[in-house]
Design a protein around this ligand. Structure first.
Ligand code: SF4
Ligand code: SF4
Length: 286
């Protein structure tokens, strides 16, 4: 069973829930698909049995020794990434989309396309099973493709090691990387918080997940910080037919567990919040 834990925005406690789920059952595959800000490897310190380069795109580079500053590529670049500055043609690598058009049309073949190869996928072992995660280098793009690569590896790892539970910590938001994270999973757990923006993001997230016809459920984190808003969120979930499987209270234990590099289940197994997460996990896998 593949379970994706996502949220409409960052900072809702999604990773804490994922970490808890990953330590509630012996031998799981834990997958961190929040490739722009992966953090579960810091908590679980996995081994790196496999490391793969992810080519996130290409950037155009001009060979100044060959270029005659004819401006042809300046005219053709539809991203306005190439400009002529005081008679010298330069490329703004932040703006360059890597479309390769300039390298094709330059009559002197003065432009090379350089692969962006700083992003990585890692696969290894952590204290409760196998772990696969991606790290997208700052400024690099195509997070959805890296998520695809990470999920593909996770499936192979699960098959090879005969593990039947894959817990995926997804990225926040509703972009490509989220869609890559939830496509084809068995269950989606959406973590939200009792704020107006939390409700707004939850609605957008439920809308996206519904389009994929996936089984979804909601956890309201820190529900007691705004009981009225939590009630509003619960009522909204009821109206959408989405079960609320846990209402987690604000608890300092969550931060203390993170600081100790442990999941809540490992750090405080007898706490109220651990019991609520245990119950939520049972409901998720049932
Ligand atoms: S088309 Fe080629 S030669 Fe002309 S400005 Fe661009 S890189 Fe230089
Ligand atoms: S690769 Fe495309 S976006 Fe980048 S400079 Fe060349 S034409 Fe412009």
């Amino acid at each position: 069973m593949e379970i994706a834990v996502i949220s409409g925005k960052g900072g809702t406690g999604k990773s804490s829930v994922s970490a808890a789920f990953a330590t509630l059952k012996p031998e799981v595959v834990l997958v961190d698909c929040d490739v722009d800000a992966a953090n579960l490897y810091l908590l679980f310190n996995p081994t790196h049995e496999k490391e793969e380069i992810f080519i996130s795109g290409f950037k155009a580079v001009i060979n100044k020794d060959v270029c005659t500053n004819c401006d042809l590529c300046v005219d053709y670049c539809r991203f306005d990434a190439i400009t002529n500055v005081n008679g010298e043609v330069v490329i703004n690598e932040i703006v360059c989309d890597g479309c390769k058009l300039c390298s094709r049309i330059c009559p002197l073949e003065a432009i090379s396309m350089i692969p962006e190869d700083k992003s990585r996928m890692y696969s290894g072992t952590f204290r409760n099973g196998k772990m696969v995660y991606g790290l997208l280098s700052p400024g690099e793009e195509n997070s959805g493709q890296l998520v695809d690569m990470v999920r593909e590896e996770a499936k192979k790892v699960a098959q090879k090691n005969n593990l039947d539970t894959i817990i995926i910590d997804g990225p926040p938001g509703i972009g490509c990387a989220v869609i890559s994270t939830i496509t084809g999973v068995d269950k989606v757990v959406i973590v939200t918080e009792p704020t107006l923006s939390g409700l707004h993001d939850l609605k957008r997230t439920i809308e996206i997940v519904s389009k994929f016809n996936l089984t979804k459920m909601v956890i309201i984190n820190k529900y007691d910080l705004n009981v009225d808003m939590s009630k509003t969120i619960e009522n909204y979930c009821i109206s959408e037919g989405v079960p609320v499987i846990a209402k987690l209270p604000f608890d300092k234990i969550v931060v203390d567990a993170m600081v100790s590099c442990k999941s809540i289940i490992e750090y405080a197994p007898d706490s109220e919040i651990a019991a609520l997460l245990t119950d939520a996990f049972a409901k998720t896998v049932s």
